[in-house]
Design a protein around this ligand. Structure first.
Ligand code: ADP
Ligand code: MG
Length: 236
C-alpha cells in the first residue's frame, strides 16, 4: 500500500502530455490511494474512458480544468476521482468540514453524481450529502456542518450559503461545475456568480460542459485560474 508521500512523489512525476497519456489506460496505473482503487475495483471500473485518461492526471497535479466531452463519456469519475484523492492526500476528516463541492444543474443529475460518489468513495471515510431541495431547508441543515463533500443544485446551495450558519465554506479545496452549459441555460448565471463570490479564491476548480458556449467561457474566466483546456471529441 502506498503512502501519501509516495503518491505525491508519483504525481509530481506524472506525465500529462498527450504522448505520455497513451500508456495510461487503467485506473490502477495512476498514483491513486488504496481506498479509491479498491472502491473502483469493487464497482467494476477498470479501464479509464478518454476524458478520464486526459483529465485525471492533470487534475491530480492540482490544475484547474475546463473540460468538454459529450454526454456518456464518463465525466463523473473524471472529476470525482481527483476530488476524492485531493481530500485523501490532505487527510480530510469530519472536523475539517466542507472540502469539496459539486454543482449540478438538476436534482436528477445531482442524485446520479451522488450515487457514483457513494460507489467511488465507498472505502473512504468522508461524509457526503445532497443539497437539492424538495424537503424543507431545516431537514438539509441538520447534518450540513459535518459534511465533507456536498453535491448541490445552484439555487439550493446559495440558499444554504445565505441561511445556514453551520455551513462553513471557508476550507473548500475543490469546486466542480458539472454540465456548466446546462446550469447557465437554466438561468443560474447570477446564482453561480453569487456562489463563486462566497467561496474561497484559493481552491481547485474543475468545469465540465458538453458544449463550449460564450457563456461557459465567461463563467470559466470568472471561476477558473489558468485552466487546462481538455476537449475529447468523438472519433469519426
Ligand atoms: P457523462 O457525465 O460524461 O455523461 P457519466 O459519468 O454519466 O458520463 O458516465 C456514463 C456511463 O459510463 C455511466 O453508466 C458510467 O457508469 C459509465 N462509465 C464511466 N466511466 C467508466 C469506466 N471507466 N469504465 C466503465 N464504465 C464507465
Ligand atoms: Mg454527467
Amino acid at each position: 500500500e502506498q503512502t501519501r508521500e509516495t503518491i505525491r512523489a508519483r504525481i509530481a512525476e506524472l506525465e500529462t502530455s498527450p504522448a505520455g497519456l497513451a500508456g495510461l489506460s487503467d485506473f490502477d496505473t495512476l498514483p491513486l490511494s488504496a481506498p479509491t482503487l479498491n472502491s473502483l475495483r469493487a464497482a467494476d471500473y477498470a479501464t479509464m474512458t478518454e476524458i478520464q485518461r486526459a483529465a485525471i492526471p492533470v487534475a491530480l497535479k492540482g490544475r484547474d480544468i475546463l473540460g468538454a466531452a459529450k454526454t456518456g463519456s464518463g465525466k463523473t469519475l473524471a472529476f470525482l476521482v481527483p476530488l476524492l484523492e485531493k481530500l485523501w492526500r490532505e487527510k480530510w476528516s469530519a472536523m475539517d468540514g466542507l472540502g469539496a463541492l459539486v454543482i449540478s444543474p438538476t436534482r436528477e443529475l445531482a442524485v446520479q453524481i451522488f450515487n457514483v460518489l457513494c460507489k467511488a468513495g465507498r472505502e473512504h471515510d468522508f461524509s457526503a450529502g445532497l443539497l437539492i431541495g424538495g424537503k424543507d431547508l431545516r431537514h438539509e441543515q441538520e447534518r450540513l456542518g459535518t459534511m465533507n463533500i456536498v453535491v448541490a443544485t445552484p439555487g439550493r446551495l446559495l440558499q444554504h450559503i445565505d441561511q445556514t450558519p453551520d455551513f462553513n465554506v471557508d476550507n473548500l479545496q475543490m469546486l466542480v461545475l458539472d454540465e456548466a452549459d446546462r446550469i447557465l441555460d437554466a438561468g443560474f448565471a447570477k446564482t453561480l456568480a453569487a456562489i463563486l463570490k462566497a467561496l474561497p479564491k484559493k481552491r481547485q476548480t474543475l468545469l465540465f460542459s458538453a458544449t463550449q458556449t460564450k457563456s461557459v467561457r465567461d463563467l470559466a474566466r470568472m471561476g477558473l485560474t489558468d485552466p487546462e483546456y481538455i476537449a475529447v471529441h468523438e472519433k469519426a
